[in-house]
Design a protein around this ligand. Structure first.
Ligand code: PGA
Length: 265
């Protein structure tokens, strides 16, 4: 399985000029990497300005380069529903028409600051998959939940609730699901967790995914790790066969750091 390296820029950088510069340096240095899928997720406002060559295909715009474009969220309704009367929201269809192929969903910062619930996330996962985009679903326990021995219970519940609306979808849609194990306490500047802890979470998620979707589909769903990954620690995680990639926040804003991580995959 190709390692998936995702750059989550969060609410950065502050200007379009810096966003373009960052995007172009990463694209230039990683576009020819083999066996790695590099996904860059800038804020919505920069998505149509960063250059990613794409072709029009019946299922949507497909990027030609090895570097793919992703967004950090989307709304669950289509723009066509209710004449798009969802002020301030961005649909999966809009993202697809722009050449986006990936959407990060359920990030803990959105759960924490925007009060996103598993139910909302489940609707978003469904909308993203039904639009032939890849959903990068984040799950993970908080420090308190870990300290009180609830990690497995939390992961199981988040998976069950966030995937509720896609159970029974045809395999071709489910093939576009990616799950990130991102312990909230391991996000920078606090983390990372140890490789053993990451592996334990990832194997538990894999087991549950197989229970939910069955062996044939479940085994093919990539599970990646997120939380304080940088050029110094990336290899420790990436060398593990069961860790199918990494989601990188702070270090993805430094092109040298992020390029080094992608190279180590
Ligand atoms: P971090 O962020 O790499 O800065 O810890 C990861 C994330 O929250 O996506």
């Amino acid at each position: 399985m190709k390692k998936i390296i995702v750059a989550n820029w969060k609410m950065n950088p502050a200007t379009l000029q810096s966003a373009k510069r960052l995007f172009d340096s990463i694209k230039k240095a990683t576009k020819n990497l083999k066996n790695v899928e590099v996904v860059i997720c800038p804020p919505f406002v920069y998505l149509s300005n960063v250059k990613c060559p794409y072709t029009a295909e019946p299922s949507g715009l497909r990027q030609m380069s090895n570097v793919k474009l992703g967004s950090q969220d989307c709304f669950w309704e289509n723009s066509l529903k209710n004449r798009g009367a969802f002020t301030g929201e961005i649909s999966a269809l809009m993202l697809k028409n722009l050449g986006c192929q990936y959407v990060i969903l359920g990030h803990s910062e959105r759960r924490q600051y925007i009060n996103e619930t598993d139910e909302m996330i489940s609707k978003k996962v469904e909308a993203v998959l039904k639009n032939d985009l890849r959903a990068i679903l984040c799950i993970g326990e908080t420090k308190k939940e870990r300290e009180t021995g609830q990690t497995k219970k939390v992961l199981k519940t988040q998976l069950k609730k966030c995937l509720k609306k896609i159970i029974g979808l045809p395999a071709r849609f489910l093939a576009n699901l990616i799950v990130v194990y991102e312990p909230v306490w391991a996000i920078s500047p606090n983390g990372p967790c140890s490789v053993a802890e990451a592996l334990e979470g990832i194997l538990f998620i894999k087991k549950n995914i197989v229970q939910i979707f069955g062996q044939k589909i479940g085994k093919k769903i990539p599970i990646i790790y997120g939380g304080s990954i940088n050029s110094q620690n990336a290899y420790e995680f990436l060398k593990e066969k069961e860790i199918n990639g990494v989601l990188v926040g702070a270090a993805s804003l430094n092109p040298d750091e992020f390029i080094s991580i992608a190279n180590q995959a």
